[in-house]
Design a protein around this ligand. Structure first.
Ligand SMILES: C[S@@+](CC[C@H](N)C(=O)[O-])C[C@H]1O[C@@H](n2cnc3c(N)ncnc32)[C@H](O)[C@@H]1O
Length: 256
């Protein structure tokens, strides 16, 4: 996948920082020694961890140099490392692995979650939030436009859509044998967007990226125009012209 654009992602920072707040609120640790924010992006989720755990070492980890640059500019006194969390292993003494809106990008993320959980000491926590929105119109339209345009045979576009997440029962059966406690829940947000076009802007910072990055500038414009037409047809303005972006998300807090 091409490098993430931190600037595009941060256009909706308030909305995107709400789920990590809700995830962190359920983490039952008061004074962890070492906290790692996996897929820290531009540092918005890392900042929440630093605010809550003032006496702890908090490290951000991401595979994107663009995101890491933004994170370092934002939190210059903290450590950020470039690494691929699908093969990264926590150092001994790590007691919180926090991952907001990142794990879903990893092929076979369930095996990675198991490996990371197993690497934690007793009482350590793996806290993960992932979008569970692959059946929402905004994501279905990405797949449709990918299949309908002149780009349809491009191998990266064919592989660009994320698979559906497994159901909560799957994560329970997978993780519980290594947990003293596990909490799994969904929240459905209804983000208020200024217009249907704002939904396109939102996803340009996340799930549209794998569709757009293989294309040249002209093809990107065509892709986005076709996508936005579908969005305008499906997300109807409310009485004040705003539209609601329904956004289901899956949360897991697993205590070793
Ligand atoms: C949607 S952003 C989430 C940013 C932030 N955690 C938040 O709460 O808003 C997803 C991040 O995961 C990172 N990412 C994706 N795959 C990764 C991997 N295999 N290893 C490390 N980071 C990864 C991306 O570079 C991106 O910065």
């Amino acid at each position: 996948m091409e490098d993430w654009s931190a600037r595009q992602y941060l256009k909706f920072e308030d909305e995107r920082t709400r789920p990590p707040r809700d995830l962190l609120a359920q983490v039952p640790l008061q004074n962890p020694k070492l906290v790692v924010d996996l897929g820290c992006g531009p540092g918005n989720s890392t900042e929440l961890l630093i605010e809550r755990y003032q006496g702890s070492e908090v490290v951000g980890l991401d595979s994107s140099p663009d995101m890491l640059k933004k994170a370092r500019d934002r939190l210059p006194t903290h450590k950020f490392v470039e690494a691929d969390m699908s093969v990264w292993t926590p150092q001994p003494g790590t007691d919180l692995l926090f991952s907001n809106a990142a794990m879903q990008w990893i092929p076979d993320h369930t095996a990675v979650m198991w490996r990371l959980l197993e690497a934690l000491p007793k009482g350590g926590v793996l806290a993960v939030q992932m979008p569970d929105n692959t059946r929402e119109p905004a994501l279905v339209f990405q797949r449709e436009v990918g299949e309908e345009g002149p780009w349809r045979d491009h191998p990266e576009i064919k592989a660009a859509a994320r698979d559906d997440l497994p159901p909560p029962e799957f994560y329970y059966d997978l993780l519980k044998s290594a947990c003293s406690r596990i909490d799994i829940w969904h929240s459905v947000y209804n983000h208020v967007m200024a217009s249907p076009e704002a939904i396109t802007e939102w996803f340009k910072g996340s799930s549209l990226q794998p569709f757009l990055s293989p294309l040249d500038a002209a093809a990107r414009e065509k892709f986005l125009a076709a996508y936005t037409r579908k969005i305008v047809g499906a997300y109807k303005p409310r009485f004040d012209g705003k539209v609601l972006l329904r956004f289901p998300r899956l949360f897991i807090v697993a205590v070793r």
